[in-house]
Design a protein around this ligand. Structure first.
Ligand SMILES: Nc1nc2c(c(=O)[nH]1)N[C@H]1C(S)=C(S)[C@@H](COP(=O)(O)OP(=O)(O)OC[C@H]3O[C@@H](n4cnc5c(N)ncnc54)[C@H](O)[C@@H]3O)O[C@H]1N2
Ligand code: MOO
Length: 395
């Protein structure tokens, strides 16, 4: 058996492998870009704003008052210049400021009698100058930025109709284990498949297109090889499997990977729970695809998902390695010797501190269902109340 890899370097290794196999960019309409990743830097097509733009409803003025009203400029049109001193045009918020404007007087600060308007404009400028927010061509967001509704809005205001993005990775889910039931209560030595319905749901939250798992794959080497091969042939970038990562009598994942010509990116990680996790690269159809082997114990499978699959997906999408937020522990959390301990915690809504949850055995999902994420206790360390530690969030 191979020596388990340090958790931090395992995450770095899978991210780097994903990065080398980045998905080819595609161009999509803005409305279809949410959740994808910018493939190039986002830059405005014009200055922002593109023209001097009034910030208020009021009067554009030239010279000294009172001013004679000569017209009106609404948003969406190009106004004539203010032609002489002592003139005003009525102006709407968002309208282009006429050339020659020296001040804008807010409507609520003005008095009007007949065709004359008077008042004292504020000393600060009441319009936005071209390029105040950004210059044409100025990089605003780098390639690798996740597209959010805010990014879509910014791209639209920059004048883009489409965006070059890395597409959503596609995944297939395979569940191994003859003991698994897909309906009804556990009994007679058989248990419910908890991962076939949940792992694809996590993957979808991570922006991955993934169908729910079909029936569990039979516990034979031939069935494992055939299932992984047919998933790869369906064109997915990633095959997630659960179970069979150890070396028991019906654990066939490692021999199946050997038969498929896969090479390990990471094979077992020094983390508790979940250490038998792995990611392997499989050359298929002229490019690298990946198999993520998640352990069969359900909480361990989720640990493997957040430990390895999340950074792999970031790499495939051309995103940086995920940075982990920090939380402050409200209670001690033991370390796990030479291994990293991923300890399920909830965030106390009253004091904001991270506190361990109960029912956290690797075969259990009860603790996970009420937790925000896993507090990271590094090898050799112990978490004390008051310590700031990294948090791996549950998607
Ligand atoms: N001799 C040793 N045995 C085991 C060790 C070890 O160090 N030495 N490690 C244990 C640990 S830790 C884990 S984790 C598991 C990993 O095992 P596999 O990935 O090979 O998974 P299986 O043996 O197939 O299943 C383990 C366990 O999980 C249940 N399971 C599997 N799939 C599902 C599912 N979809 N939904 C719910 N539960 C599932 C399965 O019934 C087993 O109880 O190995 C330990 N053994
Ligand atoms: O490490 Mo196993 O993955 O504890 O359940």
């Amino acid at each position: 058996m191979t020596a388990p890899e340090d958790w931090v370097s395992a995450r770095r290794a899978v991210h780097a492998a994903g990065w080398r196999a980045q998905l080819a960019p595609v161009t999509v309409p803005l409305a279809e870009a949410d959740g994808l990743t910018l493939a190039t830097a986002l830059a405005p097509r014009s200055d922002l704003p593109a023209f001097p733009t009034s910030s208020v409803d009021g009067w554009a003025l030239r010279g000294r008052g009172p001013w004679r009203v000569t017209g009106r400029v609404l948003a969406g049109s190009v106004p004539a210049p203010l032609s002489g001193d002592g003139v005003a045009v009525e102006i709407a918020t968002g309208a282009m400021v006429p050339e020659g404007t020296e001040a804008i007087l807010r409507v609520e600060h003005s008095t009007r009698s007949g065709d004359l308007v008077d008042g004292t404009p504020k000393s600060e400028q009441e319009w936005r100058v071209p390029g105040e927010e950004a210059r044409a061509g100025e990089p605003l967001l780098p390639a690798g930025t996740p597209v959010t509704p805010a990014v879509i809005g910014l791209a639209a205001s920059c004048g883009h109709d489409t965006l070059p993005v890395r597409p959503a990775p596609r995944a297939a889910m395979l569940v191994f284990g003859d003991e698994l039931l897909t309906a009804g209560p556990p009994a007679d030595g058989r248990i419910r498949d908890a991962l076939g319905p949940s792992i694809p749901a996590y993957l979808r939250r991570l922006g991955v297109a993934c169908e729910p798992a079909a029936a569990p794959i039979k516990d034979t080497l031939d069935a494992h090889v055939a299932a992984v091969r047919s998933a790869l042939e369906s064109g997915v970038d990633l095959v997630c499997t659960t179970g069979g990562t150890m070396h028991g009598p019906v654990d066939h994942l490692h021999p199946a990977l050997a038969e498929l010509g896969a090479s390990y990116v990471v094979n077992t990680v020094a983390v508790r729970p979940g250490f038998p996790m792995l990611v392997a690269a499989v050359p298929h159809g002229g490019r690298t695809r990946f198999v993520a082997g998640l352990p069969g114990n359900p909480q361990s499978a989720v640990v493997a998902l957040v430990s390895l699959v999340v950074p792999l997906l970031a790499g495939l999408a051309g995103r940086p390695e995920p940075a982990l937020p920090r939380v402050t522990l409200g209670e001690p959390v033991p370390g796990r010797g030479d291994y990293t301990h991923l300890a399920l915690v909830r965030i106390d809504p009253v004091d904001g501190l991270a506190r361990p949850v109960s029912h956290v055995g690797s075969a259990m999902l009860r603790g996970l269902a009420g937790a925000r994420g896993f507090a990271v206790i590094p090898p050799g360390a112990t978490g004390r109340a008051g310590d700031a530690v990294e948090l791996v969030e549950v998607p």
